[in-house]
Write a protein that binds this ligand. Sequence first.
Ligand code: 2BA
Length: 102
Amino acid sequence: MKLLIAIVHRDDADRVMEGLMRAGHRATRMSTTGGFLHEGNATIFVGAEAEDVPEILEVFKANTQEHRQRAPGVLRILSGQPEVRIGAATIFVLDQHSFWHF
Ligand code: 2BA
């Protein structure tokens, strides 16, 4: 059993959830906040069998995209970079030692 913890842009989260549901996977979405931009993003938890992980990753790839956002004031001044690139998805895949579902 694996647990995927995926952080995606909030604008992509609905599409990812729909894609996961359509493909028959169970998932939970939480509203979260990035430490750097302090902007709302979404964290999606998916519990799945190991053999389903590649298909789940494909659902994320198909339904997310890179975003660009105006850099926060101080950073814009210090780095001279007007924009921050936000990756399409940041995904951790963890081994689950036990799983209970009542
Ligand atoms: P944030 O922390 O708000 O970061 C948003 C974007 O800002 C990042 O996109 C990255 O391009 C940039 N950034 C972050 N920290 C930076 C720094 N110290 N200096 C310069 N630029 C920086 P992503 O890397 O694609 O991350 C998107 C979101 O995914 C993050 O939002 C955070 O919520 C989460 N995340 C990314 N890596 C993570 C990790 N190793 N652990 C936990 N959460 C992570």
